[in-house]
Design a protein around this ligand. Structure first.
Ligand code: AGP
Length: 610
């Protein structure tokens, strides 16, 4: 996620801006920049790479100024480059902005502004905001920004400076976080608390559609409709800097588990045309004719990304009727797969740098396949080398154990499957519309699935001393069982096995002993009765069964020891919700067992070696 800072006060602005950006480094970024107001002019300095590069550029320059904005960019639209780095200016150099979020209608706005004569210097969605403000300039920064933002669809945390109004800066928030730090004779804007902690522990947390008009001595807050907000609550920061980087959560993993509703919403944003019942995947340049001619799909990835790929198989085969094989990348490249120019390869990789996945992709390309990548990092090796890329806009994932990356990878698989079904007309518009409406519910449903800490903490008390656990499921639930087992293994070090429930009686049932915890997913209605039989198989041999089921299921409680529930959704989309209690179970188990949750032993966040 991008980081925004802004300052107006009695100190020199640049050191304050750099300190703030330093505190936001944990958000991940690939470029950085600052804009200052000096002698009636806006001056912008920006560089690719880490803050060190920006500091070197600023070294020795006359930066005598008391107001400025700064930014660290996590690329979404437009690869990492100096031109794409923020801050961005309008044509005349009167306005300068920094932005965190996604402007969904930026292409249409860019075209309109170009027709009006605006010239763009970057390929970002953000830059259109600077030109839009210029277009609506009525001589008052506050009303100008309000008018411009009425044209914008999407999410934004925005900082704006006007060279003709050097005594104030404007901050506006919709869907992307933004706080206003309250100082003595100075005030701050920032994406997150850590950036202001050195100077103040008092802040306003902006709500959606709120605008702050910030001078060095005063902060005025209004809604974008112009309503004055009196007596806004002042947030007193109780955290230290380390805790603040985690947004007050104890670990990055817990923060990222709770970021999933927003990550899912961001990954869906701009890609669902609910009115017309269409998936919008403009970034996939794969020609329609080629999509119609695909005879075979391979999905290849590692670890959690591989588990996400498994969902693609179910959905593409069932709805698009094209054969799909899902391969672990380190195996795929050595089995001489049968590939030709009617084969599509989908590679899934959060980091976009996993050596095995990269090697598998290169092998497939050499054999003539077309490659679509699903990745979370703009400009990563996978993104650069694939023919098409679908980004999961989850923001940087810091914890080694992948959580929000997995659920947003699922979203990407769903979108791609439905897009293929749309192009090959294997689903009607009505059917696609139904799926899109269900997808649109997921962020809110994920929020609901997060609300069961108490139940999970009870389970942790009961089973934290177990050294073994089983995860069972059938159909899509079997793939989620694999992800649940991996989560538990990699952070709590409990040995966990995932099994297709129907397979248990072919050997592994021998391992079921008294009191062993067996987590069973029971969401797939077409195999529900069989799953209940498998539950009875293991309880008859002394196992304790913890089921994950829909909150509408009134039967499951009769057959198991504990139930964790999720809201009812479309069969294919249940993994996005059913994985959440499993992530939380793994997290709290690891805490109880005194494990290093964010950095588990022996593991790296991105495995860039084979
Ligand atoms: C999952 O929690 C692990 N962090 C690991 O399995 C990871 O998913 C795997 O290494 C693949 O990484 P990638 O998505 O960056 O390619």
């Amino acid at each position: 996620m991008c980081g925004i800072v802004g300052y107006i006060g009695h100190q020199k602005a640049v050191p304050v801006l750099l300190e703030g950006l330093q505190r936001l480094e944990y958000r991940g970024y690939d470029s950085a920049g600052v804009a200052i107001l000096q002698d009636g002019k806006i001056r912008v300095e920006k560089t690719v790479g880490k803050l060190e590069a920006l500091k070197e550029t600023l070294e020795g320059k006359d930066l005598d100024t008391y107001v400025g904005i700064g930014h660290t960019r996590w690329a979404t639209h437009g690869a990492p480059s100096t031109a794409n780095a923020h801050p961005h200016m309008d044509c005349t150099g009167k306005f300068v902005i920094v932005h965190n979020g996604i402007i969904e209608n930026y292409l249409a706005l860019r075209e309109e502004l170009q027709h009006l004569g605006h010239e763009f210097k970057s390929e970002t969605d953000t830059e259109i905001l600077a030109h839009l403000i210029e277009q609506y300039d009525d001589g008052d920064l506050e009303s100008t920004v309000k008018k411009a933002l009425k044209r914008v669809d999407g999410s934004f945390a925005l900082g704006v400076l006007d060279r003709e109004e050097p005594n104030r800066l404007i901050a506006v928030r919709k869907d992307s976080p933004l706080v206003i730090g309250i100082g003595q004779g100075e005030n701050f804007i920032a994406s997150d608390i850590p950036a202001i902690l050195k100077y103040t522990k008092k802040a306003y947390i902006l709500n959606d559609y709120e605008m702050a008009i910030v001078t060095k001595d005063h902060v005025e807050i209004k809604t974008l409709d112009g309503e004055q907000i009196e007596n806004k609550e002042v947030f007193e920061v109780k955290w230290d800097a380390a805790a603040a980087e985690k947004g007050g959560y104890e670990h990055f993993m817990l923060k990222e588990i709770h970021e999933q509703p927003k990550a899912i919403k961001d990954t869906l944003s701009g890609r669902l045309d609910l009115d017309n019942g269409q998936v919008v995947l403009d970034e996939v340049k794969l020609p329609v004719e080629q999509i119609k001619n695909i005879k075979k799909v391979f999905i290849t990835a590692c670890g959690t990304a591989y588990h996400a790929g498994l969902m693609g198989k179910y959905m593409i085969e069932d709805l698009v009727r094209v054969p799909v094989e899902v391969d672990i990348a380190s195996e795929f490249r050595y089995r001489n797969p049968i590939i030709d120019n009617e084969t599509l390869i989908i590679v899934v990789s959060q980091s976009g740098e996993t050596a095995d996945t990269l090697a598998a992709m290169r092998e497939a390309k050499q054999k003539g396949a077309r490659v679509v990548a699903v990745t979370n990092v703009v400009g990563s090796s996978v993104a650069r080398e694939a023919d098409d890329v679908i980004y999961t806009w989850a923001g940087p994932e810091i914890a080694v154990a992948s959580t929000k990356a997995y659920t947003t990878q699922l979203i990407a698989m769903y979108l791609l499957s439905l897009y293929f079904a749309q192009v090959r007309e294997t689903l009607s518009k009505q059917e696609i519309k139904g799926y899109l409406e269900a997808l649109n519910q997921l962020p809110e449903q994920a929020e609901a699935a997060l609300k069961q800490d108490e139940d999970i903490l009870q389970l942790v008390k009961a089973y934290a001393k177990s050294e073994n656990a089983f995860f069972l499921g059938r159909s899509l639930d079997a793939a989620v069982a694999m992800e649940g087992a991996l989560k538990l293994k990699e952070i709590s070090y409990i040995h966990a096995e995932a099994y297709a429930a129907g397979e248990l009686k072919h050997g592994t049932l021998a391992l079921i002993t008294e009191g062993i915890p067996v987590i069973t997913l029971a969401t797939q209605q077409d195999v529900y009765d069989k799953t209940i039989s498998n539950i009875k198989e293991v309880t008859a041999r002394g196992a304790d069964v913890i089921a994950v089921a829909f909150d509408t299921d009134t039967q499951i409680q009769k057959s198991v020891n504990h139930v964790l529930t999720i809201p009812l959704t479309e069969k294919y989309f249940t993994p996005v919700l059913s994985v959440i209690p499993l992530q939380m179970l793994a997290y709290y188990m690891a805490i109880e067992r005194g494990c290093d949750v964010d950095k588990p032993r022996n593991l790296a966040k991105s495995v860039t070696v084979e």
